[in-house]
Ligand binder design. Structure first.
Ligand SMILES: Nc1ncnc2c1ncn2[C@@H]1O[C@H](COP(=O)(O)OP(=O)(O)OP(=O)(O)O)[C@@H](O)[C@H]1O
Length: 292
């Protein structure tokens, strides 16, 4: 199966004579890549994401590739005749798990996002944030090859927001492609492989900014791996500096705000890396001086 999802000269408009929302869009989404989509309100970001998730068909052009896809919409339908646990368990069985395994997975995901207390609440009675947690849980439970997140962080509390960032890092490290829209420019800052702006019906690839390292404190991570092994791509992309003081021992300097993502990438690599130490970098006195 072709896992790369590709848009070939895709256009989308609503209705036969509606204005074109997107036109002439070419995009490839390879496995393991993290892609940010941005743009002003109403430019067509959600339209693009629904095409990628294959929930909508293009009005012209072609989409090829059929990765197993999960989607978190901007507004999750809550009028479903299930409790949160019942819904996730049901989905787990749809994805091929036995009932006990699906129940276990549902509990794990609710717990991960701090929603255990709402496990037996009917979906229709969940708060906006809690139903968003179920929306995120249902997508992760599907073990997708492509994860499409349309403002999935909106309404989540701080702990769940951080957990979703970690889940994205884990997933991309494991080979899942993730495409996301979020109005907060700090969301996964520095992590995307590519950022596209939807503008005037087309996609502009933003260049140069993905590599701009986030400012602020840094963390030094020392890891040991198999001789000659390369560090996971996710880790090297985020690190502002890497060296190998002794063969097999690598030292990475990473923005403290991204150290979780880097550690996940290292620990979920196959084979996993052994983390020798993690320390806050002592600020360079001359830099502190120059900031005065
Ligand atoms: N189902 C629909 N029927 C008709 N028009 C639609 C439909 N969905 C979207 N549109 C129109 O397509 C255009 C793009 O909408 P879309 O929701 O994709 O934008 P967006 O960039 O995601 O916006 P926002 O940032 O506000 O979420 C808008 O003009 C919108 O009115």
């Amino acid at each position: 199966m072709q896992r790369d999802l590709r848009l070939h000269n895709v256009g989308r408009r609503y209705g036969l004579r509606g204005p074109w929302v997107l036109r002439g869009v070419h995009l490839t989404v390879p496995p393991g890549t993290l892609i940010r989509v941005e743009g002003a309100n109403g430019t067509g970001k959600s339209t693009l994401l629904r095409l990628l998730a294959r929930l909508d068909a293009p009005s012209e052009g072609r989409i090829t590739g059929r990765p197993r896809t999960a989607y978190v919409p901007e507004r999750f339908p809550t009028a479903l005749p299930f409790t949160a646990l019942g819904y996730l368990t049901h989905l787990g069985t749809v994805h091929g798990l036995s009932r006990p395994a699906a129940t276990r997975a549902a509990h794990e995901h609710l717990d991960r996002f701090g929603a255990t207390a709402h496990a037996r609440t009917p979906m229709a009675q969940l708060s906006k944030g809690s139903s968003q947690k179920v929306a995120v849980a249902q997508a992760l439970l599907a073990d997708p090859e492509l994860l499409v997140l349309d403002e999935a962080w909106t309404g989540l509390d701080a702990a769940a927001r951080a957990e979703l960032e970690r889940a994205v890092a884990e997933r991309t490290a494991a080979g899942t492609a993730v495409v996301f829209v979020d109005h907060d420019p700090r969301r996964l800052a520095g992590a995307p492989d590519a950022t596209y702006t939807v503008h005037a019906g087309g996609l502009d690839r933003r260049t140069g900014q993905e590599s701009a390292p986030p400012t602020g404190p840094h963390t030094t991570v020392v890891v040991q791996g198999p001789r000659g092994a390369g560090l996971p791509a996710e880790a090297t992309r985020i690190a502002t500096r890497t060296d190998e003081p002794t063969p097999g021992i690598h030292r990475l300097t990473v923005p403290a705000s991204h150290s979780d993502i880097v550690l996940r990438a290292l620990l979920t690599a196959r084979p996993p890396w052994h983390v020798v130490s993690v320390s806050q970098e002592t600020p360079d006195p001359s830099e502190a001086e120059s900031r005065r």
